[in-house]
Write a protein that binds this ligand. Sequence first.
Ligand SMILES: Nc1ncnc2c1ncn2[C@@H]1O[C@H](COP(=O)(O)OP(=O)(O)OP(=O)(O)O)[C@@H](O)[C@H]1O
Length: 568
Amino acid sequence: MVKELLAYIRPHRKILVVGGLLSLIGSAAGLAMPLLAKYVVDAFGQDRSMAGPLLWLTVAVLVGAVVSAGGSYLMERTGEGIVLSARRKLVDRMLRLRVADVDRLKPGDLLSRVTGDTTLLRAVLTNGIVESVSAAFMLVGAIVMMAAMDGVLLLVTLLIVVLIGGLVALIMPKIQRAQTHAQEAVGEMGAVLDRALQAYRTVKASGAEEREIAVVGEAAVRARDRGLQVAGWTSLAGVATWMAVQIAFVAVLAVGGARVASGTLDVSSLIAFLLYLFYLVPPIGQLVQGGVQLQQGLAAMKRIKEIENLPAEPADAVTPADGPPIGLTFMDVAFRYGDDRPTVHDGVSFEVPPGGLTALVGPSGAGKSTVFGLLERFYDHQDGLIAIDGRDIREWPLGELRAALGYVEQDAPVLAGTLRENLLFAAQNATEEELRRAIARTRLDDLVDRLPDGLETAVGHRGVLLSGGERQRVAIARALLRRPRLLLLDEATSQLDAVNELRLREVIAEVATETTVLVIAHRLSTVTNADRIVVMEGGRVRAVGTHDELVGGDELYRELAATQFLVS
Ligand SMILES: Nc1ncnc2c1ncn2[C@@H]1O[C@H](COP(=O)(O)OP(=O)(O)OP(=O)(O)O)[C@@H](O)[C@H]1O
C-alpha cells in the first residue's frame, strides 16, 4: 500500500524535493536561533556589543519565515496536484466498470471515495511525508546541538523520549484501524443519504422523512463515533509526547541545575539546552501527526484501490456508423446474475430477422429486460450463443457492438442539462439537420416550441420538467441520433395520455421501417402492430407468433393480452 501511495507522488517528486528543501532551510534557520540566543546571552555576560548576534538572530528569523512560507505553498500546490490526479484516475475507472460490479456498489459510497478519500491523500503525501522529513531533520539537528551543549543532559532527555516514542509506536496501528473504520462510516453515511435522495418523492409520499432522517442521522453518529476513536488514540499519542517533553524538562532542570551549581556547566549552555529541548516539541508532534496522516492516507488508499482494482471494460469508443438493419439470435442462452443467484435465462432461444418490429412479452420477472442487458453486454451470459448480425457478440469489439445498438431504458433517464445536451448525449457529432429530423420523428416539435428556451431549456435534475411520455420520446430521439442498426426499446409502463400514446405508437412503427426494433411491450397497440411477438415465461421462450396467432394458440398470451397490456 505504501508503494502505491508513493506512485502518486512520483510525477511530482521534483517540486516536492524543492518544497522539502525550502522547508529544511526554514528549519535550519530555526535551529540556529537558540545558538544565536546563546551568543546574545554570552555577549551580555561578557560586556560585548549585542548588535552583531542580534542582527544574525533577526536575519535567521526573516529567512526562516520567508523560506518556510515558500516551501509550504509548494507543498500545498503539489497536494492539490496529487488529489487531482487521484480523482481523475478514480473517476476514469468508475465510469468504465462493468455493470455487474457497479450493481454491488453503493453510489453514495463511491461518491465519498472520490470527494473524501482523495482529499486525505493530500495530507499524507505532502505534509505527512515532507514535514516528517523536515521534522526528523529538526529533531536530529536539535539533538546534535544538545549533544554539543552537554552530553549528560542529552542522555537524560533521550532516555525519556525513547521510552515515550515506543509507546506512541504501539498506538499507531490502532489509529490506522480506527481511521479505516471512520472513512468507511463516512462512505456508509453517503450511501444512506443517497438512497433517500434518489427516492425523494417516494420518501415524502410514504411519510418516511422522519425514518430516513433517523437512518442518515444514525450513520452520521456512527461516523462521529469512529472519528472519536481516531481522536482518542491521536490525543493519547499527543499527550504521551507532551509528557515526554515535560518530564525531560524537569529532569534536565534538576540535573542541569546541579551541574551549573557544581560549576561543570555554564548557565548559558543550560538555557540553550532547555530551548533546544522545547525545540523538540514541534518536530515530535509533527512526526506523530505525520504518522497519523500516513495511517489516514493508507486507509484512503485502500478504499481508492478497491475501486481501481476492479476490472474495467475495454475503452474502444467508436463513433456510430450507418449500416443496414441487423438481426439477432438467442440460442439456448443460460444466464444468472451471479453464482449465488437463481437462473434467469434457462435456455432462451429466439430469432429476430433484420428490420421490422419484434415485441417481447411475458409476465414480470420472465427475463425480458435481461435480454437487453445481455445484448448490450452489461452482463455476460454463461452458456449458449447470442449473435448479432450473425456474429457471436463475444467477438464484437465492445465499442462497435454498442455503437450498432440503440438502447432506451424503461424509465427513460433524462440527465440534468439542456434538452439539446440530452438529445446529443449518444451522438455528439450529429448535425443540426439530423437533430431536427430526430425531433420531428419523435413528435417532439411542439415540446420544443412550448419550452421557454426551446432546445436550450434546462430539463431539470433527472428531467423533472418533462412528462413521462416526453421523457420516453426524448430517450428514443437520443437513441435514434446514434443511427442504431438495432433499437432496443423498453416501453414505459406508465399510463400515457391519448396524444402521447398515439405519438409513441407512430414513432415506433415508423422507426421499425428503417431499422430493427426489439421492444419489451407493455401496450396492446405495440403488440398488435408487431411483425412478431416472442412470449417469455420463467426464463424461457414459450411461443412466437403474431398477435392473432398467439391469441388463438397461446393461453398465457391470451391472458396477458386480456389483463396485462395497457389497453389503448
Ligand atoms: N441487476 C440484477 N441483479 C440481480 N438480479 C437481477 C438483476 N436484474 C434483474 N434481476 C432478476 O432477474 C429476473 C428477471 O428480471 P428481468 O428484469 O429480466 O425481468 P422482466 O421480464 O424484464 O420483468 P419486468 O417486466 O417486471 O421488468 C428477476 O427475478 C430479477 O429479480
